[in-house]
Design a binder for this molecule. Structure first.
Ligand code: FES
Ligand code: FES
Length: 169
């Protein structure tokens, strides 16, 4: 099996490795770099659980070979946290609105939502639903995820609210 030199930046850190041509990007991230926050679901591009940012755009890492990411900047779910122990505003908003149950879809949802908020600071509900429409969740019914993204958008715009504030609780 042919091997290739690979150089990528992952969560701001330059990584060099020698990888098999057929190694998928998600297997590289999970098995070689031990970044297991990126989940593997369907393994054929349907569920979105394996989403990562590749040069700022969400991609399905099960559909890419690691060698296709040569020279790219990758951000995984671990890279969205301000530090290993802390939650970012988007993650905290998911926690506050109970936007995860089993949590299997959550890393991919967060990646999709982060990408949306990077390009649109004030998304409508329809825009939020469209942004996460490629990510499947079998637990939540999506409503709390939509609420979480809207809450995070408001917080990131400097409107420091909680769900309780909004509902008079
Ligand atoms: S595991 Fe990649 S889209 Fe489902
Ligand atoms: S929280 Fe279980 S799949 Fe989304």
């Amino acid at each position: 099996m042919s091997q290739h030199e690979l150089t990528v930046t992952v969560n701001g850190v330059c990584r060099r490795a020698r990888v098999a041509a057929r190694l998928t990007l998600v297997d590289f991230l999970r098995d070689e770099l031990h970044l297991t926050g990126t989940h593997v679901g369907c393994e054929h591009g349907v569920c979105g659980a394996c989403s990562v940012l590749l040069d700022g755009r969400p991609v399905r890492s099960c559909l890419l070979f690691a060698v296709q990411a040569e020279g790219a900047a990758i951000v995984t779910i671990e890279g969205l946290s301000p530090d290993p122990e802390g939650l970012g505003i988007l993650q905290d908003s998911f926690w506050e609105t109970h936007a995860q149950q089993c949590g299997y879809c959550t890393p991919g949802m967060l990646i999709a939502a982060h990408a949306l908020l990077q390009r649109n600071a004030d998304p409508s509900e329809a825009e939020i639903r469209d942004a996460i429409s490629g990510n499947l969740c079998r637990c939540t019914g999506y409503q709390q995820i939509v609420e979480a993204v809207a809450l995070a958008a408001r917080r990131l715009r400097g409107v420091n609210v909680t769900e309780a504030d909004e509902h008079g609780g």
